[in-house]
Design a protein around this ligand. Structure first.
Ligand SMILES: NC(=O)c1ccc[n+]([C@@H]2O[C@H](COP(=O)([O-])OP(=O)(O)OC[C@H]3O[C@@H](n4cnc5c(N)ncnc54)[C@H](OP(=O)(O)O)[C@@H]3O)[C@@H](O)[C@H]2O)c1
Length: 267
């Protein structure tokens, strides 16, 4: 992530407290898109459970939210660990109540040629980007159903990527995991939509976060670094505002598939 891009206020469009009374869970809340979204949801009135592995980062965010008058609870959890997610679900219910907004966002991008047989990287992406999302859904889909049954808004928002639909060299496994997410959301709507649970996928282009820091392939790293250098890429706050907007519109309105590109990102 570049040094000068920590402004989380530039994207703000919503005002007031349109999410007052909402109870949100954000995975991947320790950095990037998840961190910005958790903070923004809290600013707009939601109580927010913060989920990721880095406890220190979550605690800092919790402190910032509480200092600003919001409500948040840091729950360090590995979303690939189903038993740990059971414990997180139990804690969220006890401390914040029934969840009505889930942002399943934790993800990792590891780029390589398929013939390099980086099987650990394949597994890491499938375990987090697919199974981690399924574990998140498993933990809170009943809460969403219950909230909607009580006439409250209920949202499941999952972070996909433009990689879900574009052909990017060496992105095979990552793209495959995101294609799964995009199609999963379409299918979930057929079941959850009629129960008044909104389901959305958000597919960003280049966002300046820690995501490329994990990429070991030199070409892919250069591609991302060049894009960040050359164009005005998205900031996490831009995605955060979009997620907040999805949750703030009237309950009968489901913005289902949102692609967010930097205006100047041509590919
Ligand atoms: N940045 C982009 O250009 C871009 C574009 C399209 C889509 N996306 C998607 O956006 C999402 C967020 O990524 P980001 O760009 O904000 O990158 P990031 O800053 O690297 O954030 C990734 C988050 O996932 C968390 N995470 C990783 N492994 C985890 C695990 N096992 N359990 C729980 N949390 C875990 C990380 O926290 P811990 O390490 O503390 O666990 C971190 O909070 C991802 O799904 C990514 O694929 C990003």
């Amino acid at each position: 992530m570049t040094e000068n891009n920590t402004n989380t206020t530039t994207a703000q469009v919503l005002t007031g407290a349109p999410l007052a009374g909402r109870v949100a869970v954000v995975t991947g809340a320790s950095s990037g898109i998840g961190e910005a979204t958790a903070e923004r949801l809290a600013e707009l009135g939601a109580s927010v459970a913060l989920i990721a592995r880095r406890e220190g980062r979550l605690k800092e965010l919790e402190g910032r939210i509480v200092a600003a008058g919001g409500r948040a609870v840091a729950i360090p959890t590995d979303v690939t660990d189903r038993a740990a997610m059971d414990a997180a679900r139990e804690r969220v219910g006890r401390e914040l109540g029934t969840v009505d907004l889930v942002f399943a966002n934790a993800g990792v991008q590891l780029i390589s040629e398929i013939v390099d047989l980086e099987v650990d990287d394949w597994d890491a992406q499938i375990d987090l980007n697919i199974k981690g999302v399924m574990n998140t859904i498993r933990a809170w889909v009943r809460d969403l159903e219950a909230s909607a049954a009580e006439g409250k808004p209920a949202d499941l928002v999952v972070t996909s990527s433009i990689a879900a639909t574009r052909v990017l060299e060496k992105f095979q496994v990552y793209s495959g995991t995101k294609a799964y997410i995009t199609q999963l959301v379409r299918l979930l709507r057929t079941e959850l939509g009629r129960k008044n649970v909104r389901v959305s996928s958000v597919a960003p282009g280049m966002v300046d976060t820690e995501l490329p820091d994990h990429v070991t392939d030199a070409d892919a790293s250069r591609l991302m670094a060049d894009l960040i250098e050359q164009i005005d890429v998205l900031q996490s706050a831009d995605v955060a505002e979009t997620v907040a907007f999805l949750a703030a519109v009237p309950a009968h309105v489901n913005l289902t598939e949102i692609t967010i590109l930097p205006t100047a990102q041509a590919i």
